[in-house]
Write a protein of this length. Structure first.
Length: 270
């Protein structure tokens, strides 16, 4: 029955992946089961895949073996290609008449520099398509039993990146405003600067007793959840990355909603 159901995808009217175009595609937060159908379609049509470090081997394996794979991952503290060079490579490949799949972990527009790459493609007059993906700040947290909104605790949420283009704590962030704006703050790429960020939030009025949850390798078989408080953030060391950090009362629901355990955690399709 399952194979018959998947066979229906062959009859689906997906948009054509034209030669000389670039698709910026979100691969989701973890296993292949969280790919969108359009992302799966793109994997089967591309001539070349330019992928981030966070895209799993299981997802890359869904593309035909002959498809060229180019690693363009950017990881903090490790040698990484410059963003300008990645954009130039996308343009060059498209001008060679290739169907270029730019595959990014999570969602291309959620701290994924997809907007920058799309802007360069537009200026170069390269046709492109954006294929949204499930952000780790949404789907990844769901795999840890963390609803980012709940009617009993919060009607708003803030998404925050832990570093700017230089790798430092973002200088333009209005920390007092961030601290007051929403009960729940979801932080991407913030492990390295977590002690500094925590202190700035404390200095801006957040309570030290607030619950802080770190979800490492979200929605993957290696998922690990660490729970602490804001005042103890500096004592958290050797946290595995990539990780999503959540500050706020939604951590209270994890005890009842922690569903991703046991066999499910070992299943690459989620």
């Amino acid at each position: 029955m399952t194979q018959t159901h998947f066979a229906q995808l062959a009859q689906s009217d997906f948009p054509p992946f034209e030669a000389g175009s670039v698709w910026l595609v979100g691969a989701g937060p973890g296993g292949p089961g969280l790919l969108t159908l359009l992302a799966f379609h793109a994997l089967g049509q591309a001539d070349v895949i330019v992928h981030d470090a966070l895209v799993s081997p299981q997802i890359l394996a869904l593309a035909p073996a002959h498809v060229e794979r180019i690693h363009a991952g950017k990881r903090g503290g490790k040698p990484s290609p410059k963003q300008a060079d990645i954009s130039i490579r996308l343009i060059e490949l498209a001008r060679q008449g290739k169907r270029v799949l730019r595959l990014k972990g999570g969602d291309p527009f959620m701290f994924g520099r997809g907007g920058e790459e799309a802007g360069e493609l537009a200026r170069a007059k390269i046709p492109f398509r954006i294929v949204p993906g499930i952000s780790s700040g949404l789907g990844g947290l769901a795999y840890a039993g963390l609803p980012i909104t709940h009617r009993e605790t919060n009607h708003s949420v803030i998404f925050l990146t832990g570093h700017d283009e230089t790798g430092a704590v973002p200088a333009s962030v209005d920390w007092p405003a961030i601290a007051r704006a929403a009960p729940v703050i979801v932080m991407f790429m913030a492990v390295k600067h977590l002690p500094v960020i925590a202190q700035r939030l404390l200095d801006s009025g957040r309570l030290g007793s607030e619950k802080l949850t770190v979800v490492s390798h979200a929605a993957s078989p290696a998922q690990m959840v660490t729970q602490s408080t804001l005042e103890n953030a500096a004592s958290l060391t050797d946290l595995p990355t990539p990780a999503i950090i959540v500050l706020g009362p939604v951590a209270n629901y994890r005890h009842d909603l922690d569903w991703y355990v046991g066999e499910a955690r070992r299943h690459i399709f989620g």
